[in-house]
Design a protein around this ligand. Structure first.
Ligand SMILES: C[S@@+](CC[C@H](N)C(=O)[O-])C[C@H]1O[C@@H](n2cnc3c(N)ncnc32)[C@H](O)[C@@H]1O
Length: 296
């Protein structure tokens, strides 16, 4: 692989068509959230998206940055999908729930937090997922093997409901054309056809699925779905985490060499493009925090 072009974040953004600016703040935090790199990733997706598909939606950071005119975003975690449905259809109720319970946590501390967490683990209400994600330790909920949330209360003060109200208006507008579904990634990818764009941000292959309280995931199945979608004429982009390390070595999953044409290597200061199927020099993988593989 050769480093074919050196590109800065700024030039990539200039090259992109349309605004493609990310929302002014994160609606919720999530393990593997792409909010930080959303504009760089969006700048590398086609200017004409066709129908946009995001089969591992998580917090839908990319969909919210792209503001697509037709899109399907899906995730295997039902409460997350239900939360985005509420953002679209019932943001007032969501905001009221957040206000009541974030204030209760300020007043009653851990007792109120445990009320929310126990209720979520029993009733699985998406409104409670939002409160937990904004008040838990480290701001990122984690799921146990049995699918419950065990993360303790964090020391920080939760975002104010006034600020959340502004975020909800922004995210609701950006996601107005996105159809949220709870389904396996393969079902969503199977919908894409000629001229459509798929952006995949899978869990780490090394057992990360459990952190989301989610489901079976095998990288091999993603490669199969990618090959099928590309055969039907869809363009597929796949994010892989470049920074995870096991001991001294970065964990770089095997990527089938025939599937992808280009790869964007993103580090903390910018990004670089390299092409598959050309010999040459490699960017040092230790510097890379994200890899974006492109089939076109
Ligand atoms: C790395 S996160 C996506 C983060 C997202 N790009 C963001 O910016 O927030 C991966 C997501 O895949 C979901 N997931 C795990 N296994 C899945 C499966 N088999 N099908 C669909 N979604 C799955 C998880 O619930 C998680 O939300």
């Amino acid at each position: 692989m050769t480093v074919a072009t050196a590109e800065t974040v700024r030039s990539q953004l200039r090259a992109s068509q349309g605004p493609r600016t990310r929302p002014r703040g994160q609606l919720l935090k999530w393990i593997g959230n792409k909010f930080r790199h959303a504009e760089i990733i969006a700048a590398h997706l086609p200017s004409q998206l066709g129908t946009y598909y995001e089969p591992f939606a998580g917090t839908a950071a990319l969909a919210a940055t792209l503001t697509p005119t037709a899109a399907v975003a899906s995730d295997a975690l039902p409460e997350l999908v239900a939360l985005f449905e509420l953002v679209k259809t019932g943001p007032e109720d969501l905001l009221e729930h957040y206000q009541i319970w974030s204030e209760a946590i300020v007043e009653r501390g851990n007792d109120a937090y445990l009320d929310v967490r126990n209720r979520f683990n029993t009733d699985r209400r998406p409104e409670d997922l939002l409160v937990l994600s904004r008040t838990c330790w480290g701001g990122v909920v984690r799921f146990t093997r049995s699918g419950t949330i065990s993360t303790p209360l964090g020391p920080h003060r939760a975002m104010s409901s006034a600020k959340l109200a502004g975020y909800l208006v922004d995210w609701r507008a950006r996601l107005r054309n996105v159809d949220f579904r709870c389904q396996d990634f393969a079902a969503t990818m199977g919908l894409a056809g000629v001229g459509d764009t798929i952006y995949c941000d899978p869990p780490f292959s090394h057992g990360q699925a459990m952190l989301y309280g989610a489901h079976d995931f095998r990288l091999e199945s993603l490669w199969e779905a990618t090959a099928e979608a590309a055969d039907r004429g869809a363009r597929v982009a796949v994010s892989l985490d470049g920074s995870r390390k096991s001991g001294k070595d970065p964990i770089t999953p095997d990527v089938p060499p025939y599937l992808f044409v280009r790869e964007v290597l993103i580090d903390s200061g910018g990004c670089m493009l390299r092409r598959f199927r050309a010999g040459g020099q490699d960017m040092r993988l230790e510097q890379v925090s994200e890899r974006l593989l492109l089939t076109w």
